[in-house]
Ligand binder design. Sequence first.
Ligand code: AP5
Ligand code: MG
Length: 217
Amino acid sequence: MRLILLGPPGSGKGTQAKLLSSRLNLAHVGTGDILREAVRQNTPLGLKVKPYIGPGKLAPDDLVNEVVSERFRGDKRPERFVMDGYPRTLAQAASFDQLLRQEFMDLSAVILLVVEDSEIIKRLTGRLICPNCKRPYHLVNNPPRSDRVCDDCGLPLIQRSDDQEPTVRKRLSDYRANTPGLIGHYQPRGLLHEVAGVGEIEEIYGRIHQVLVQVGA
Ligand code: AP5
Ligand code: MG
C-alpha cells in the first residue's frame, strides 16, 4: 500500500499517518519531521532549511525532493509507505512521480483531509509533540495520559516553533495557494479521495480505512 496524505496544517496528517503506519505496517515518511530533526541536530540540511521552517515558509522544492529521493534509495527503500506533508507543490508531485516510476512503484491512493481554518487554529495553538517519536498530542482534544509527557517515550512534550497563530495563518495561505494544483494533478488519475478530517481521531481513521478497502489497497 502506497499512500499520500494531503491536508492543511493541523488537519491530522501526522496523527493519522502514525496510526496507519503502526496498524498497516507502512513506513511513515513525514518531511516536516525529517526537516525539524535536521534543524535540531544542526546538520548541513538543517542549517539550510532553518530559515524557512521557523517562520512557516515552505522549504525549497529541490531540497525537499532530495530528502525524499534519499529516503527511497538503497536498501532502506520502503515498499509500503504513507507520505505525510509531501508532495505539497506541483514541482514536488512531478519529482515524486518520476521517483516512483524509476522504482517501478504505483500509488494506491491520495487522501485529502478536509478541515476548516477556524478548527485548524484551535488545534495548532494547543498542539504538543514528542521530541523523540514526533507523536502529536493536543492539550484538550488528544491529551497524553500523564501531564505533558509522551505516552510511548515518557519524555516531556514540546510546542513547535511554527505553531503561533500568525505563523499558522501563513502556512494555511501557502496551503490554499498550492493545493488546487495538487488536486488537479491527482484527481484525473482517479487517485484523489476527500475525507472529512473532523470528529474523533478513530472515526477519521475509519473513514480513511473505508477508502482503502474501496480502492482495494
Ligand atoms: P509539517 O510538519 O508537514 O507541517 P504541516 O503540513 O503544517 O502540518 P502539521 O504537522 O502542522 O499538521 P498535521 O496535519 O500533521 O496535524 P497533526 O496530526 O499534528 O511541515 C512543517 C514545515 O516544514 C513546513 O511549514 C515547511 O517549512 C517544511 N516542510 C515540510 N514538508 C515540506 C515540503 N514538502 N515542502 C516544503 N517545505 C516543507 O494534528 C494537529 C493537532 O490537532 C494535534 O494537536 C492533534 O493532536 C490534533 N488533532 C488531530 N486530529 C484531531 C481530531 N480529529 N480532532 C481534534 N484534534 C485533532
Ligand atoms: Mg504533521
